[in-house]
Structures are given as structure tokens and as C-alpha cells.
Design a protein around this ligand. Structure first.
Ligand code: HSE
Length: 437
């Protein structure tokens, strides 16, 4: 049986998981790869007590892995975009195939890295970069390759979903749940990546490029996190029959371009994806032939992420063992490089969604009708409304509305007018609503 040598750079949570999955499941893995996959070199600043490294060369300098002549595939699991970028570039320049779980690296530098890999006739694979253990990259690249993708929407940040779930189910405080997510190892090294939507934006850009066959364009994603979601909004959404989820949405708009947006979203509680809770991820993809398809699984954690990393290792090893070049492999973004399209990425002001509005309204006759008039003048109808009684000693009441679909720029203008009313006692909270049908 031919042997393919693997070098793993980084032996933290995901690196350790990958090492152990490759060892523990080697019988099944080798049979699927049609070759023996051997981990012959590990580069890590420190050992991982979960891994038995007795049969493997270990270097403290990770670059010695990419310089190792015997290595066929380098698995980059150090994270970040500085050293990791140099490492991946050096690996492909040395003629090594690369497997990575690094979403920031692919989203921000993927175009450059794929081009360099193509110049050196090697591949860069990144199944683990999006939605942890869910094989969504291969689903988009291969399983759904018959389709034009109409839209996709995903819960692609486990930490954010964990926070929103705990706020809703247990009424817990945002900061308290975030601290727990950090302790459990779900959150990024810098948790603002999770709560401000940056991590989800990285992942969305990758999914969108695979769905539509376009270069990665991280700088064009509209990105809003969950840090401004208040417990009251979670409760009112429930009352209206909705759940608040942090979604990454990519949508093709006929004749215009692609919407790329990450933001908290109210979705009807009857949708399967509305019931994806805790650290779990899920991606809903609507293809024009297949219709809606829903993918679900663990979005983070050592073994689920390792499952995705190893699937790439198996695919690449099988290809190498067969003696075929990279021409027979699926291209990096699913589409032939020469067929990538320059779709316009639409500004958020052009997006059309329904809205959840919450605003404090002075408790006096006619206050509500002025708001309704402004919305009606902007062509926005009110689909549902909740008005609470004023609390003891308060002269304003929270009014909550669900509106019809409207272009965002029209909602922005109407909201500014509403906030200017003397009968509106404070800022208006606005959250987008999607039916995901
Ligand atoms: N911080 C990420 C998340 C880890 O919570 O989803 C997996 O990419």
C-alpha cells in the first residue's frame, strides 16, 4: 500500500483532535484513502498531553515541517493570519498540499493562496473552516454542483448561538454566557470575533464564493453582531412566535448581484433551523433543482473539527496515491478558476427584509397613529403589534411591531422620522426578519 506522509502544524484543541482521529480511525481512514496515511512530523510549541507522540518526529519550529522533504501534505492548525499565511505559502512553494481549518486565512487571503498553490500544482483544502464537523464545503462544491444556488442562510458561529440560546432558555446575562463559552473552548482567542460577527463573516464569504463561483470578498460583507441584542427582544420575539438567530445570509438577486450579510435575524419558530440551539451550527441551502437542503452538526470542538480536517486529508491522500495531478481534483472554489464571476456585492441599503421594531412610545392619544402613518407613507405595513401597559411611574410604553418586507434604505428613512416624533421617547431597535422559505 502506498504511503502518504502528513505533517501537522499546531497541536492545540483541533490539532490534537486531528492527530488522535487519524491514529484511532486509521483502519477505516486508510481503506477509504486507498493508501496508508502516516503522521510523520508534528510542529508545535508544546506537546499535547492527549496525544501519544512516541512514533512521530516533533519540532518546536513549525517551519521545519514545511521544509521536511518527506512530507506530502501539511495540515495547518495554528490559526491566525500572519505566521499561518507564511507557513501555507512556504508549504505550497515547497510543493506540499495544504489542509487548513483557518477560516480567517481563507476568507481574507484565499484568492492569493489559491493562485500560489495553482502555480505550484498543489491544492489547499479547508473543509473545517466553516461549520466545524458539517461537511458543507464538499456539499456545496460537489453534492450540490448541479444547482444554481438561490440563497443560503447559516448559523455558523457556535459561540453566538450558545449565547442567544442561553439568554432565551435561562434568561442569562450576555457577559456571563460569553465567559462560559470561553471556558468551554468555543470562543475565538479574541471573542469579539464571535460576538461582533467577524467569525461568521469569514465563514459566510467562503460559503458564498463556493455557492456562486466568485472570488472571496471579505471586505464587502455587511456585518452586525449580537452584542446589542437585549433580553427584552429575545422575549418579545418569542411572544410573536419567532426566534432570534445570528445568521450569515448570501442571496442571489436577479439582475442585480449578491447580498452578503451577517446579522441577528428573527425567524419563525416553526422552521427547523430556528430550533438549532447551543453551540450547534446549521446551514440551509436553497438550490434551484434540489430545493431547500438543511445541514446540521457541531460547529466547534476538537473531534467534530478534526472530522472535517481528516476528510480533506483522505481526499488529498487518495488523489496523491492514485498518481493523478490536481487537474482531477475539484477546484479550490468549486468552479474552474477561469470561470469565476465578478458579481456585484449589493450594499445593505438595497437588501429587502421584514423588520422587528421596538420603541418606547409616550402613552397619549394619537401617538401610535403617527408612527403607523410614517410607515404607511413609506409603503410599509404593520403585520403584528404588541403594546404593553405602562409600568408604575412610567409615561412611555414599549411598542413592538413586525413589518412587511421593505428595502432597507426605506426603513432607515422611516425609522429616522419616527425617532424624531415628540411622542417617541427613545431610540428605535430594529432587527431584520426572514421567513427562510
Ligand atoms: N469560535 C468559533 C465558533 C469556533 O464559536 O463557532 C468554530 O469556528
Amino acid at each position: 500500500m502506498k504511503r502518504i506522509n502528513i505533517g501537522i502544524c499546531g497541536l492545540g484543541t483541533v490539532g490534537g483532535g486531528t492527530f488522535n482521529v487519524l491514529k484511532d480511525n486509521s483502519t477505516e481512514i486508510n481503506a477509504r484513502a486507498r493508501c496508508e496515511i502516516a503522521i510523520t512530523h508534528v510542529g508545535a510549541r508544546r506537546d499535547n498531553p492527549e496525544c501519544n507522540l512516541s512514533e512521530t518526529t516533533v519540532s518546536r519550529d513549525i517551519f521545519s515541517v514545511v521544509e521536511d522533504k518527506d512530507i506530502d501534505v501539511v495540515v495547518e492548525l495554528i490559526g491566525g493570519t500572519t505566521v499561518a499565511k507564511d507557513l501555507v505559502l512556504k508549504a505550497v512553494q515547497n510543493g506540499k498540499h495544504v489542509v487548513t481549518a483557518n477560516k480567517a486565512l481563507i476568507a481574507e487571503f484565499g484568492n492569493e493562496l489559491f493562485a500560489e498553490a495553482a502555480r505550484h500544482n498543489v491544492s489547499i483544502s479547508y473543509e473545517a473552516a466553516v461549520a466545524g464537523g458539517i461537511p458543507i464545503i464538499s456539499a456545496l462544491r460537489d453534492g450540490l454542483s448541479a444547482n444554481k444556488i438561490e440563497w443560503l442562510a447559516g448559523i455558523i458561529n457556535g459561540t453566538g448561538n450558545f449565547i442567544l440560546t442561553e439568554m432565551r432558555d435561562k434568561g442569562r446575562d450576555f457577559a456571563d454566557v460569553l465567559a462560559e463559552a470561553q471556558e468551554l473552548g468555543y470562543a475565538e482567542a479574541d471573542p469579539t470575533f464571535d460576538v461582533e460577527g467577524i467569525d461568521a463573516a469569514h465563514k459566510l464569504v467562503i460559503l458564498a464564493s463556493l455557492a456562486y463561483g466568485m472570488p472571496l470578498q471579505y471586505d464587502k460583507v455587511f456585518c452586525e453582531g449580537i452584542s446589542k441584542i437585549e433580553p427584552a427582544d429575545v422575549e418579545y420575539a418569542n411572544e410573536l412566535g419567532y426566534r432570534i438567530k445570528h445568521l450569515g445570509i448570501a442571496k442571489y438577486v436577479e439582475g442585480k448581484g449578491i447580498e452578503l450579510r451577517v446579522h441577528p435575524t428573527l425567524i419563525p419558530e416553526s422552521r427547523l433551523i430556528a430550533n438549532v440551539d447551543g453551540v450547534m451550527n446549521s446551514v440551509l441551502v436553497k438550490g434551484n433543482a434540489v430545493g431547500p437542503t438543511l445541514f446540521y452538526g457541531a460547529g466547534a470542538g476538537a473531534l467534530p473539527t478534526a472530522s472535517a480536517v481528516v476528510s480533506d486529508v483522505v481526499r488529498v491522500a487518495r488523489q496523491l496515491a492514485s498518481g493523478a495531478g490536481i487537474e482531477g481534483m475539484t477546484p479550490s472554489l468549486g468552479f474552474d478558476d477561469t470561470a469565476l464571476k465578478d458579481f456585484e456585492i449589493l450594499p445593505i441599503e438595497e437588501a429587502e427584509t421584514a423588520f422587528y421594531l421596538r420603541l418606547p412610545v409616550v402613552d397619549e392619544p394619537g401617538a401610535l397613529s403617527k408612527i403607523a402613518q410614517i410607515l404607511s407613507d413609506a409603503g410599509i405595513s404593520i403585520e403584528a403589534l404588541i403594546q404593553k401597559e405602562p409600568a408604575e411611574g412610567e409615561n412611555s410604553v414599549p411598542v413592538i411591531m413586525l413589518t412587511s418586507r421593505v428595502q432597507e434604505k426605506n426603513m432607515i428613512a422611516a425609522a429616522a422620522e419616527i425617532e424624531n416624533l415628540s411622542t417617541v421617547a427613545g431610540p428605535l431597535t430594529r432587527i431584520r426578519v426572514e421567513s427562510l422559505k
